[in-house]
Write a protein that binds this ligand. Structure first.
Ligand code: G1P
Length: 305
């Protein structure tokens, strides 16, 4: 069966980005000039997804407005003859059919996915988490769909992470495989490094069979008192084969300040209209910074003599 639907959970409060997220959804924070959620929806569309559902919560209206038509803006851009901007704005609302459902209580990622049960029905579907943006030649979701098409089983997108990051992620243990796809033996949500079966982390992209919904309905709260998708996948593993696919691409953890800033700088440097001036500015700025540091270290050494 083909994967044509995607679920994008966006109900989190974004407390790691306060005060920016006090009155706006974290998914609307821009990387250069595009909200993060638009990168995610574009990845879904470029991967062949035809229907998207975004799981929202209170204070997330800006996301709905973003993918809606903006008549006043279109009329104004048209009157001013700003054809390129008009085209850009229209492309956003024409991207794909976006549906919305509200998660009424913050009960965890597993619970958020369960809110999409009626929308998904009896089909395999993609999940894309908004905290992870991946720059890749072939969109990650597309890579996973290709792997799903071969295996006809759930596929989780993974990459190796540094030891100190293991406890931040769902971790998988897998056996041998080929072409980057391996059969999962076990999964555990955010284990301590000593208890982790590996340092292969789940990084925000999944293709999952609909059997997950009945499991989620019966999954007890796990780590952090929340209903965890990883725990439900662990149960799924007892019923069906589950695979992990090591995807190609540079992944940015947008939910983290450092990751967010890296994404802004690297996406800006990858843009033809921004690169040259921005690179020159960065270079000069860092040169001045390093010079200052160097002179103050020399001064401190002199003083200590
Ligand atoms: C979620 C998942 C976790 C996964 C991570 C990827 O955690 O529960 O398994 O590794 O996303 O970014 P969160 O970061 O939402 O706490």
């Amino acid at each position: 069966m083909e994967v044509k639907k995607a679920v994008i959970p966006a109900a989190g409060l974004g407390t790691r980005f306060l005060p920016a997220t006090k009155a706006q959804p974290k998914e609307m924070l821009p990387v250069v000039d595009k909200p993060t959620i638009q990168y995610i929806v574009e990845e879904a569309v470029e991967s062949g997804i035809e229907d998207v559902i975004i799981i929202t919560g209170r204070h997330k209206r800006a996301i709905e407005d973003h993918f809606d038509k903006s008549f006043e803006l279109e009329v104004s851009l048209k009157e001013q003859g700003k054809v390129d901007r008009l085209r850009m704005v229209r492309e956003i609302s024409d991207l794909v059919d976006v549906h919305y459902v509200r998660q009424k209580e913050p009960l965890g990622l597993g619970h958020a996915i369960l809110c999409a049960k009626t929308f998904v029905g009896d089909e395999p579907f993609a999940i894309l988490l908004g905290d992870d943006i991946v720059k890749a030649e072939e969109p990650v979701t597309k890579q996973l769909i290709e792997s799903f098409n071969q295996k006809q089983s759930s596929v989780i997108g993974v990459q190796k992470v540094a030891d100190e990051l293991v406890s931040k992620y769902g971790i998988v243990d897998y056996s041998n495989g080929n072409n980057g796809t391996y059969q999962v033996r076990d999964l555990v949500e955010k284990p301590a490094l000593e208890e982790a079966p590996s340092n292969i982390a789940i990084l925000g992209r999944y293709i999952i069979t609909p059997a997950i919904f009945d499991i989620l309905e019966n999954t007890e709260p796990g780590k952090g008192g929340e209903i965890q998708l990883t725990d439900a996948l662990r149960t799924l593993l007892k019923q069906e084969e589950v695979y992990a696919h090591v995807f190609n691409g540079r992944r940015y953890d947008i939910g983290d300040k450092q990751g967010f800033l890296e994404a802004v700088v690297e996406f800006a440097l990858a843009r033809d209209d921004i690169r040259d001036d921005f690179k020159e500015y960065l270079f000069n700025y860092l040169q001045e910074e390093l010079k200052e540091e160097f002179y103050s270290e020399i001064a401190a050494l002199e003083k200590a003599k």
